[in-house]
Design a protein around this ligand. Structure first.
Ligand SMILES: C[C@H]1O[C@H](OP(=O)(O)OP(=O)(O)OC[C@H]2O[C@@H](n3cnc4c(=O)[nH]c(N)nc43)[C@H](O)[C@@H]2O)[C@@H](O)[C@@H](O)C1=O
Length: 323
């Protein structure tokens, strides 16, 4: 039986990836900073909590990384750990850099130190590209990070690249564009919108306050994106891949679609507040996942409107479980 270690299993992607790997017959181990205190609510929502082995690990602490990897002896490691909010990274730049950059370095160093025959996936981010202006970014696009989060992800990206070429590690980075689901916390804009729209449809009189609604993003569906992560580790040669839908929409279009899904006109319920604007912003991004299509046989099936539909449906039906 193949064994996988998912670092950061309590988040959206960690939970969906755990479900995917269990379905494929893997023994799944997952880490969180304090496995005893963590509720692993997302694993519970997917109904897989009792099928996953959990272990405490702080990626910024070499010793704890060494212990977790030695204990679980994985064939595959997925690094999804670290501070994941771009917005929060402006307020917690040091924590963001440490959890992402030092965290990735520790994982690579432990693999190298142990000489472990393990395949390593690193969660990269389209944030590294910055504002691409027009068109769609592929694996050859330059990095122009515009937030502490993006700087940290860029550092981790180049560490993986370096350890792959210097030490021959089977290590790759998935450069994922935005990907959403009902498991997204409301700190991220899609779930914030969907949750408010559903509350309003049920009679709440609140206004939904958002930041810059003019930004454009390539929004995909998280359960499909974790499948791409797994595919990256099944190839003959470790490489980096852009994972995206190839379609970009404005936040205003996302909002309009979410409210329309429940028969409401967003203009009556949404206000924009410059206080929520970021110190520096990516106005437009879009990804070209052609390499993933060719080599991994992976293509995004759900585009922005499908994502909105799924998220609204789940929010309306929300009884704690997620299908
Ligand atoms: C690829 C990348 O994807 C995600 O990062 P993100 O794009 O920053 O995600 P978000 O949902 O926080 O913001 C999307 C956009 O929406 C704008 N926006 C407007 N008004 C609000 C607002 O009220 N809240 C939030 N959160 N954003 C707002 C905000 O300024 C930004 O332009 C993470 O998974 C990250 O880990 C990752 O790697």
């Amino acid at each position: 039986m193949r064994r996988a270690l998912i670092c950061g299993i309590s988040g959206q992607d960690g939970a969906y990836l755990a479900r995917l790997l269990l379905d494929k017959g893997y023994e799944v181990w997952g880490t969180s900073r304090d496995a005893q205190a963590s509720s692993f609510a997302n694993l519970a929502r997917l109904g897989i909590l009792d099928r996953v082995r959990t272990v405490s690990m702080a990626t910024n602490d070499f010793r704890s990384v060494l212990q977790a990897i030695t204990q679980s002896a994985p064939d595959e490691i997925y690094n999804l750990a670290g501070q994941s909010s771009v917005g929060l990274s402006f307020d917690q730049p040091a924590e963001t850099l440490e959890s992402i950059a030092t965290g990735t370095l520790n994982l690579l160093e432990v693999i190298r130190f142990l000489g472990a025959k393990v395949r390593f996936y690193n969660a990269g981010s389209s944030e590294c590209f910055g504002d691409i202006g027009a068109g769609a970014a592929d694996e050859n696009a330059h990095f122009h990070p515009r937030s502490p989060y993006a700087v940290a992800k860029s550092t981790a990206h180049w560490l993986v690249d370096n350890y792959r070429s210097a030490y021959g590690l089977f290590a790759c980075t998935g450069i994922l564009f935005n990907h959403e689901s009902p498991l997204r916390p409301t700190r991220f804009v899609t779930r914030k919108i969907v949750r408010a729209a559903v509350r309003i449809s049920r009679g709440a009189t609140e206004k939904l306050t958002l930041g810059d609604m003019g930004i454009q993003r390539d929004w995909g569906w998280s359960p499909e994106y974790v499948d791409a992560m797994w595919r990256m580790l099944q190839t003959d040669r470790p490489e980096d891949f852009v994972i995206a839908t190839g379609e970009s929409n404005s936040l205003e279009e996302f909002v309009a679609a979410a409210f329309a899904e429940i028969g409401l006109d967003w203009r009556e319920h949404v206000v924009q507040d410059p206080k929520l604007f970021r110190p520096s912003e990516i106005r437009y991004n879009c990804g070209n996942a052609d390499k993933a299509r060719r080599i991994l046989a992976w293509t995004a099936q759900k585009k922005m409107r499908d994502v909105v539909g799924e998220m609204v449906r789940h929010e309306l039906e929300a009884d704690g479980t997620v299908i």
